[in-house]
Design a binder for this molecule. Sequence first.
Ligand code: 5BU
Length: 263
Amino acid sequence: MASKKKYGERVENFSNKAARELLSLIEHKKTNLSLALDVTTKREFLEIADKAGPYICLLKTHVDILVDFDQDFIEQLKELRTKHEFMIFEDRKFADIGNTVKHQYSKGIYKISEWADITNAHPLPGDGIVSGLKEVGLVLGRGLLLLAEMSSKGSLATGAYTEAAVEMARRHKDFVVGFIAGRKLISDDDKEDFIVMSPGVGLDVSTDGLGQQYRTPRNVILESGSDIIIVGRGIYGSDKDVAVEAQRYRDAGWKAYLERLAN
Ligand code: 5BU
């Protein structure tokens, strides 16, 4: 069952700083839209982020696809974060043993833990992946999402695997704040809460020819009980007016949430 609680009322369910901040931000900015900004140059990225900024709660990045990534990019990203009041989610999909992911998270060129409020990991390697990331991220107030499901056709993250992801999250509630999934994964319970974010959201097309599968904001938020819609090419794809499309998805996501509360 989808949560009947307002985003703001759920803040108290979390000890994690990033989760609390995100739910408060969604409540006051009135948007459950995350932009998945998969462009490959700094200039394009920063331009689009500036246009969509007023309408999103969370900017989802893949910094390793930028051909001209540098420290200046991070500085400018942080400026936009403050200007528009959104949070940052690096969709890194860590998938290695704890010791390795600890370094991948904090070191290398990207130093993800320094600027990303939220990142994510595959539960595949077992609890060590969460423990390793937690060693770095918890003191910095960061949060982690586990990939319990994927939006792509033929995904193997189903059934017992998805259930095991939920159990893993339950063992690390201070750091694991939620899931990437297509639906709410636990039944309503006052004692536990996880934030569910769903990629594969689009209003105009149903696939991308490479296995992506799109559902509507209404389907994801109202019918499936997810909390945040993640939209990429639906907003910045060719011939799109970024501000117009961002508002359109913001409105659709929020309307579905209000309907869920009223139902
Ligand atoms: P799109 O342009 O709206 O299709 O972009 C979707 C984004 O979400 C893209 O950055 C993917 O890497 C990301 N994604 C996804 O599409 N499906 C998943 O299951 C996960 C992430 Br996890």
